[in-house]
Design a protein around this ligand. Sequence first.
Ligand code: HT7
Ligand code: ZN
Length: 884
Amino acid sequence: PREIFLKDYKLPDYYFHTVNLKFSLGEDKTIICSEITVFPREEGTASPLVLDGQDLKLLSIKVNGEELKGEDFHLDSRHLTVLSPPRSNKFTLEIVTEIYPQNNTSLEGLYKSSGNFCTQCEAEGFRKITFYQDRPDIMAIYTCRIEADKTLYPVLLSNGNLIEKGDLEGGRHYAIWEDPFKKPCYLFALVAGQLESRDDTFITRSGRKVSLRIWTPVQDLPKTVHAMYSLKAAMKWDEDVFGLEYDLDLFNIVAVPDFNMGAMENKSLNIFNSKLVLASPETATDADYAAILGVIGHEYFHNWTGNRVTCRDWFQLSLKEGLTVFRDQEFSSDMGSRTVKRIADVSKLRTYQFPQDAGPMSHPVRPHSYIKMDNFYTVTVYEKGAEVVRMYKTLLGSHGFRKGMDLYFKRHDGQAVTCEDFFAAMCDANGANLSNFLLWYSQAGTPLFKVTSSYDAESKAYSLKFSQEVPPTPGQPVKEPMFIPVALGLLNSKGKDIPLSSVYHEGMLQSIEKNGEPVYTTVLQVKKKEEEFVFSDISERPIPSLLRGYSAPVRLESDLTDSDLFFLLAHDSDEFNRWEAGQVLARKLMLSLVADYQQNKSLVLNPKFVHGIKSILCDLSLDKEFIAKAITLPGEGEIMDMMEVADPDAVHAVRSFIRKQLASELKAELLSTVQNNRSSESYVFNHPNMARRALKNVALAYLASLEDTEFTELALHEYKSATNLTEQFAALAAIAQNPGKTREEVLGDFYSKWQDDFLVVNKWFALQAMSDIPGNVENVGKLLKHPAFDMRNPNKVYSLIGGFCGSPVNFHAKDGSGYKFMGEIVVQLDKINPRVASRMVSAFSRWRRYDQTRQSLAKAQLEMIMSTNGLSENVFEIASKSLA
Ligand code: HT7
Ligand code: ZN
């Protein structure tokens, strides 16, 4: 397979002006006629015109109306090359292709999902529809005519405005769509099928009346109320916060059950995985409701950050994705609790992105190369990319950030641009010099950021010394220091923020006041390998609250003592850092107990820790969802990530021990938490209600971990009396922690209740797949044969197989059974859907982190995968990089 490099980017020799597509959809074949007006970048160019194309049958090709002969073009399995296009400043190209969407299990290009036609063109799916320059810097105006059987496919949708429709002979009909905005082909979309819509309208602030339609099979329409609410909230928010309005009279969302990712932002025709549209209190949890809000927002926000201004090439993916994730994070924060959202986002970064950045697939936010672009829709590009955008805002302030965004749109509307263009807009709008900030795009690896402090009572000077180290990553052995914004406050002994007015740095006294007033949180700019900042006039030794709100995506190591951390946990005015202090304490505790466990010492839980958790649990002044997060221990992956040699059994044993110990010591408090937070009214999706349910569910899970009949009965009672899935599923999960008859009965009961709802059944698969019960691989193997399971549906694969990889004890079982199971699945899956298979093979990528026995077992599976005939480029890239 060929590797593609950012440094090799070249402007295209030809651009496309208009693209006229005609689809004739059929049961055994689909014919696509494409008519493109082409113009050269430089007049008189003699270059061949190279078009991408994959799995296409070419029926004819014409230039300026003349059919090309065999010697005029070259066709291979990946390209169609017009050898000598006319040397005029414009010509037309007409191509007719035949494809077979009914056999397309890759779910890229045009395919069928539950009998309906739909498309997925990002990143390189358009080349599976017709021959084209399939790259985002080719932007054109599209029209699309769709013809299909009227009974089977009554609804025909594409981008833009419907300009004509009518009936044809033989029970067929047609629709013509015209999109007035130029776009890259990855934003092209088509849907044809039996769908009904929930309709609504949104009036933009300049008075445009926009029709909103959410399309699903008729029986699912009642479950689209929350999606419509989310869409309208997102449209309003983008106007209020960024001044960005919707630009067409129609916005369509279609929900499909077979989809490789979450959703796709095609211009005015977003296509969504059903699980991110459909919700009712009985069939979706609070987490689902929140995800729908965030993803509907995300895809809608792409209309400006991605569609109106797009990427020059796929290396720039984070330009649209990092920015749009940042925007959806802010949207969700404004709709709920900012602190809780930030905690959730940082946890995601630590759980998934940090390990990626420390492993063989580590890559910069803007990768330097790829074999298969699909493999780079990663947590690094998305989540770390969002952190990079957040740092601009931290450095420039809300107002400065908005000025930067406004300039970005003013300069680049209608263009395909780069991360440097975004950076330049931010700097130029603010007259800012952000020196080496661009390294965040080009250097991979999570910086290790160390802080030491000292206080001199005599001179009342408080010094903070920072040092940083960016670890080597594949292809990048040596790194330069990064630009790290450190949001910081200092607490006095009463736990109050000390007013800050100036700081010494490199021999200069810098004022940090705002409008002549001292501040309580300042942002220090750390740019060197080692740097010192000294605060004067500090009358007692303060406790620093570092990286408030997690102001940079680094691993922080500080000299804070346990008592400093308990103090911050109790007093920090920055709620994120209160949570963080608790997490640092928990991580330290877990690591030291893991060491005890490995040395066969008996485990003893520090009473101070129990006390700290108790104070949080009983503090009625705190937000309930914050409490739920603060009393939840760091995940097993996070702890393994901090160990020299990851030991899944020890980490699992220690985490379970602490959970049980806390449950037993705080039994009474946890029980009253469950009792006092039961639902008394019907389900409402709002922060106070979600927070209450979250806290109740965490408390119940703690109690059920005790395996005590009283609490199993309690969980059973909660399961039976629940009036919404959030509480019912949490009770089921609490019961399912413990093997035995009750577990099996309740799991059986749940399935029989929900067997007709595939989204709920997927949760049932995931719950069992993730189970820590030893030997669970056998059960997962049985579930593969369950009638509700289907390897062709990505959601089912992610639930059952992805869920299994999420269980450290079973996936990493010392006898290698988990690895063998996964190795076989990857090979099987790769033949059906390479993109999904490559996500599954990623589970192996950190095999070197484990002991020798596990290493050789995992390596053997990777080698077996590599030796498979006909392996896809997707899986090849991940497996080969993992072995390198
Ligand atoms: N921009 C979209 C990415 C996406 C995608 C990429 C490759 C293959 C299938 C895909 N489906 C959606 C979604 C987003 O991040 O907004
Ligand atoms: Zn996106």
